[in-house]
Design a protein around this ligand. Sequence first.
Ligand code: ADP
Length: 450
Amino acid sequence: MAINRILIANRGEIALRIHRAAHEMGIETVAVHSTADAEAMHVRLADHAVCIGPPAAADSYLNTAAIISAAEVTGADAIHPGYGFMSENAQFAEIVEAHGITWIGPKPEHIRTMGDKVQAKKTAGALGLPLVPGSDGAVSDFDEMKRVAAEIGYPVLAKAAAGGGGRGMKVIPSEDQMEPLVKQAMSEAKAAFGDDTMYLEKYLGNPRHIEFQVFGDGNGNAIHLGERDCSLQRRHQKVLEEAPSPVITPEERDRMGGIVAKAMADMGYRGAGTIEFLWEDGKFYFIEMNTRLQVEHPVTEAITGMDLVREQIRIADGKPLSVTQEDLRFTGHAIECRINAEDPFTFAPSPGKVTAYHPAGGMHVRVDSGLYAGYSIPPYYDSMIAKLIVYGRTREGCIMRLKRALEEMVVEGVKTSIPLHAELIRQPDILSGDYSIKWLEDYLAKRNAE
Ligand code: ADP
């Protein structure tokens, strides 16, 4: 059954990204949008558009009944959830499939398993992925927690099984602080996810965040598309991503990528996924798997020449993987800057009307964004307004081109993080690739003290 019309259950740059891939495949698109997004670029470009509710995401982009009705009314035969919103909602995926609509995403059971971090870790361990030392599953008893922590050594990290976005997570420096801090993490997790199940992990002092992109066909075949280094983070949010990682050798990529691809093949995984690891002193430690497309997927597209959204649509349509592992080549270097509508120094959100917009251009420069002059950035959603992705044959060349592209990029009327990126890309540690997940927060603390 061929896909002819895709409903895009998302907004912003990723909705536009999906629209573009669909149209390049000769597939029509349906945009669903809140009243706040009526003037959005992807709504203007889509073949059909349906307003599904008021600005609050809970009433629109997270409104199952409204999205399914929009698909029925417009005759959409597939739904692409993008990232965020419905993308990792197993129940939504089941409802989509129950309506005879193709879900462009992993099997619901895999979304469910990987969405629970305790289950995810168990599954990853059983599939042969290296884990961060920690408790064997969930722990609820403080004496048991202290026993586990004494075994793995302080500091330990208490994490919520239902966690996401860095919430429900606390570093426990010593035994006497176990109870008060875990209680804090539990009430945070209860408030954010309605579930206060906790587990413990060794707290790694200075790791990098390195993740592998994978694709499976759902029938036991899977490939990896190499790694992305997302160590530049603020408050557990990625700021800049690059591929390949400055610290991973081709041999290590083949070895670890092979382990990850085999795990996905054994699992019968379908579609796009990302296996996230912390990396310290040459060792990988699994932290979680995201069963969806990631914001930073374009850096992988740049170094592999593959269109990841096209691949997702093909697989959902029952087609085999378009390349074999042997055919895949990693060439050159790519960096993505996430551009947010926010103050580059205080990080306060800066929504409002964009009075002038000029995206960077030229060879190997890509801007994924729904911005245009006159567009009003609504205050209700994520502050990311554009992604600047630059490719070069070497990392040095890529960085030179990125400096040039950041100079060209103009967004007026709101504050953006463009100046922050221009500053970061000049720091010696970034130039040499010598940075961990702690680097950016340390750098900002020092800068703000001056
Ligand atoms: P979330 O789903 O909330 O984003 P993750 O498990 O992906 O949680 O972790 C988010 C970030 O927290 C990681 O990218 C890393 O910066 C930090 N982190 C997670 N686990 C550890 C650990 N065991 N030691 C040190 N830092 C960690």
